[in-house]
Ligand binder design. Sequence first.
Ligand code: DAT
Ligand code: MG
Length: 158
Amino acid sequence: MTTEQTFIAVKPDGVQRGLIGPIISRFENRGFKLVAIKLMTASKEHLEKHYEDLSSKPFFPGLVTYMASGPVCAMVWEGRDVVKTGRAILGATNPLQSAPGTIRGDFAIILIWHEQDVGRNVCHGSDAVDSAKKEIALWFKEEELQKWKPAQFDWVYE
Ligand code: DAT
Ligand code: MG
């Protein structure tokens, strides 16, 4: 069985709106395992590294300022195919296009697509196994990642 890890972060709007619990529940309910979690206000330098692939985009400075504006809930989740499934649980980047049943589709309430608003989409999730590895290393020290076997493990996986 290939087990992988993904980096999930409840963004400042999600933290302010009391959505940490509901977001954690969606990953727990699916059978994924939480291996690290912390609430932290990231520096702009840290977020510039996190979003370095987007540095040429016009919305980059606004994205970094917004993400540094308050605490985010940074997490690492582990399980079979968790990177791709995590993206499915999150929904499309633009909340207008994210399906009901997804985190963004259920909780992001943006009504007008424009450059300023699309950032308020509640939650981040790594988009590939490689970027997940990079993001986990940026946000967590190796010793912060817990190695444990949930009691439900043998009921989740065949
Ligand atoms: P995702 O978060 O779905 O991986 P992304 O990596 O392309 O999306 O972009 C990172 C974040 O940047 C995204 O969650 C919200 C913001 N963003 C993306 N496209 C944007 C746009 N056209 N205008 C403003 N913000 C945008
Ligand atoms: Mg992305």
